[in-house]
Design a protein around this ligand. Structure first.
Ligand code: NI
Length: 159
């Protein structure tokens, strides 16, 4: 098990656009493993994107505890979205903050797995929310940019 340091809000790295993975090397496999370790160690994590551990590559993982299990996405493309949902989000890179964010309630994504095989996955609810949140990280976008009511809340003040 290997943990990576989290890049926190305020670091310009989180605002950069990530580049596609050209080849799935042992380095990328190690990155995926370390991202899962880091997400699970943090406990609150349901997803993490490579820029959050300082790697500007188009890679993220999601595990919202549903039937999808842990899904690893390399070079993901959003094929389809539908519907709308508003709920509070948080982020390992933005500790102590939350705000309501409107997201599609359905998403269909194409990506490569760690063996380089293309797959298509679709999901609703929290899975869709999490995939779209992580995808935003690859574009340098944070959830706090998208507050549905324009406010950012402290998680400590939550009832
Ligand atoms: Ni995040």
């Amino acid at each position: 098990m290997a943990l990576r340091n989290l890049v926190l809000e305020g670091d310009p790295l989180l605002r950069k656009k990530s580049r596609p993975v050209e080849e799935i090397t042992p380095r990328i496999i190690k990155l995926l493993d370390d991202m899962a370790d880091t997400m699970n160690y943090e406990n609150r994590g349901v997803g993490i994107a490579a820029p959050q551990v300082g790697v500007l590559r188009r890679v993220f993982i999601v595990d919202v505890g549903d039937e999808h299990g842990l899904v690893e996405f390399i070079n993901p493309e959003i094929l389809e979205t539908a519907g709308s949902q508003i709920d509070n989000e948080g982020c390992l890179s933005v500790p102590g903050k939350t705000c309501p964010v409107e997201r599609a309630s359905y998403v269909k994504v194409r990506a490569l797995d760690r063996n380089g095989n293309e797959f298509i996955v679709e999901g609703e609810g929290l899975f869709a929310r999490c995939v779209l949140h992580e995808y935003d990280h690859l574009e340098g976008i944070l959830f706090i940019d998208k507050s549905a009511d324009g406010k950012i809340y402290s998680t400590e003040s939550e009832g």
